[in-house]
Design a protein around this ligand. Sequence first.
Ligand code: CTP
Ligand code: MG
Length: 229
Amino acid sequence: MRRRCFAVVPAAGRGRRMGSEIPKQYLNLAGKPVLQHTLERLLAVPDLEIIVVALAADDRRWHELPLARHPRIRVTEGGAERADSVLAGLECLEGAATAADWVMVHDAARPCLRPADAEKLLHTLAEDEVGGILALPSVDTLKEVTDGVVRQTVARHRIWRALTPQLFRYRLLRRSLEQALARGMPVTDESSAVELAGFRPKIVEGSPDNIKITRPEDLPLARFILERS
Ligand code: CTP
Ligand code: MG
């Protein structure tokens, strides 16, 4: 049976490392807000039926976004940590998504996602019972370091950098996040919660273009990527 696909976009962060007054998801990037780019890229994936955006409780900028009233987009209130915001997005899909439907979680702060990579994730995992993530193999030689001294060289082929989107079955993801938060475990992405619940998410290779805007120097890099693509 073909499963339905939904998306959750955590966009309730403050962007502290960015250091700007405006939260980074609303900063101007090549003529439009970062979040507008991100949502346009997700809307270009036809399989995603509904995209839920989790916003900060005091967000005043959403309504100015050209896509604010798009029929495939819904909003909900996010929480204190990224995982709380994602969970709020999943709760918003209650009633729409059934247990085995897919949910794609994608950071608002990754506006350079290639829609083809999101589709590759969906198609590669279509028959999988758990889900998986876009990731990048490490290109540098990696060192394990204690107190400023190299302990050893880490086998590079075993190390991947986790990106978003991350794609999981609806109920499995929701339960994994709820359990991890209830246990007070650190949850920096969906995969870590699913791993803690005892599952093995699959890896699908993404593109180095799919950067997360984190610090001020990432903004000109994102502009370069968008203008080239
Ligand atoms: N996010 C969220 N709710 C939070 C914290 C983060 O929805 N309570 C979102 C951010 O808006 C962002 C994504 O999660 O799209 C990735 O988080 P990150 O890059 O860490 O963004 P911020 O938390 O906003 O930045 P910082 O950690 O520098 O404050
Ligand atoms: Mg953060």
